[in-house]
Design a protein around this ligand. Structure first.
Ligand SMILES: Cc1cc2nc3c(=O)[nH]c(=O)nc-3n(C[C@H](O)[C@H](O)[C@H](O)COP(=O)(O)OP(=O)(O)OC[C@H]3O[C@@H](n4cnc5c(N)ncnc54)[C@H](O)[C@@H]3O)c2cc1C
Length: 373
């Protein structure tokens, strides 16, 4: 069946990509079923720093997609200006005081793109954004990006799913592992571990870190660079911090309930991956991250652990998004990317458009799975 006759779609995966795509499909009048193995937002979307940004250096096409992604959040923010789960209070970043410091190069690059960026010395920071320990800023200074923000993905997913269901979309959670069924070179639907089957004209596989393994069963290859990541949540602390901080030893963002979410590269590397596939996190890693966060916050407040999330952070092997139809299998689409918070709304919109109409969107031209063929 030609793609433009698509009338029924199954989306597998209840993270931000699956939920956003399912909603956009239902907005286009497509009968859509969203299937997830467990509860919604139980994967990476439930433990994301979710900084909305296109900072630093990347391909021009990826930068453009991220900027359009941020644009969609701006529209949402205008609709919900007082939302505690979506804020555009800027981002502040600085590098270590060693040869790895790239602040001036990053600043020059961002300015060349017209990305809103200010180079600040420590003393300039309090008038730009509150709550930062200025003595932690390295001598090369920091970049303040006033147009950046953050989103609480579980809250966003809840909002999007409510509209999806309101439009008649079918939500199937706690369904166990779903399998995409293929016959004669095209998808036929999805079957679940709990025994349900759903026929469909098209399937979107948005199962986060599972995507490369599942696609490999079709004989196609998507390189996988997924690490195991750690997100630490503090207890509410009523601090003045508003911006997202990206600093050499810790990234920090506020949360809707007045707490902080923290992550870093070094703490991610300390996660223990057990042979049975479970993860271990050392108390010293959690404590170390809380202490690093305290050092970059005004007044060096004592931070207490509320909870943490650990698990895969989906990242394609070449670092760029993988969005679109698989080669050679009619009706089989995938969504697999890092920065899924920044891209969540736009990726869902563009994928839904492609699935519904069969027309490829130029913004996704560089990101199709076919590039690995
Ligand atoms: C610590 C951390 C920090 C991050 N920081 C940022 C950031 O600052 N900015 C940014 O933009 N992005 C960031 N990201 C990335 C972003 O959070 C992810 O790209 C995004 O959440 C991925 O969403 P997803 O829908 O692809 O996957 P997921 O959220 O993992 O959802 C996939 C869903 O599919 C389900 N599933 C898997 N297999 C099956 C199956 N066979 N059948 C049924 N269901 C299945 C899973 O249970 C899960 O619910 C970060 C991620 C992490 C972990």
């Amino acid at each position: 069946m030609p793609t433009h006759l698509v009338s029924k779609v199954v989306v597998v995966g209840g993270g931000i990509f699956g939920v956003s795509s399912a909603l956009h499909l239902s907005r286009l009048g497509i009968e859509t079923i969203l299937v997830n193995d467990g509860p919604l937002a139980s994967g990476a979307s439930g433990r994301s720093l979710a900084w909305l940004n296109s900072a630093r250096v990347r391909s021009a096409e990826y930068h453009r997609l991220r900027m359009v992604g941020i644009d969609r959040y701006r529209t949402l923010s205008a609709k919900y200006p007082d939302a505690a789960w979506l804020r555009f209070d800027g981002g502040l970043t600085w590098d270590a005081d060693d040869v790895s410091n790239e602040i001036m190069e990053a600043f020059a690059h961002e300015k060349s793109l017209g990305y809103d960026a200010r180079h600040l010395r420590a003393g300039d920071i309090p008038s730009a954004t509150p709550g930062v320990a200025v003595n932690a800023v390295t001598p090369q200074g920091a970049i303040f990006n006033p147009g950046e923000g953050w989103v609480d993905l579980p809250a966003l997913i809840k909002l999007l799913v409510a509209e999806f269901v309101g439009r008649g979309g079918q939500l199937v959670t706690d369904a166990g592992r779903a399998t995409v069924t293929v016959a004669d070179g095209r998808v036929t639907g999805v079957s679940t571990a709990t025994g349900a089957t759903f026929a469909a004209d098209a399937v979107l596989l948005a199962t986060g870190s599972e995507v490369p393994r599942t696609v490999a069963q079709t004989g196609q290859h998507i390189p996988d660079g997924t690490p195991i990541a750690l997100l630490v949540r503090t207890k509410p602390a009523a601090l003045p911090l508003r911006a997202v901080l990206n600093t050499p030893r810790v990234a920090v963002r506020p949360t809707p309930n007045g707490a902080l979410a923290l992550d870093s590269a070094w703490s991610e590397e300390e996660v223990i991956v057990n042979s049975d596939g479970t993860y271990g996190v050392k108390a010293s890693t959690l404590q170390g991250l809380l202490e690093e966060a305290s050092k970059v916050l005004e007044g060096n407040p004592k931070l207490e652990l509320e909870s943490y999330g650990v698990g895969p952070k989906p990242i394609p092997g070449d670092g760029e998004p993988v969005l679109g139809r698989l080669n050679d299998i009619e009706g089989y689409y995938v969504a697999f990317s890092h920065s899924g918070a920044t891209l969540g709304l736009i990726a869902g919109e563009l994928l839904a458009g492609e699935i519904a109409t069969g027309n490829e969107h130029p913004l996704l031209a560089n990101f199709r799975p076919a590039r690995f063929a």
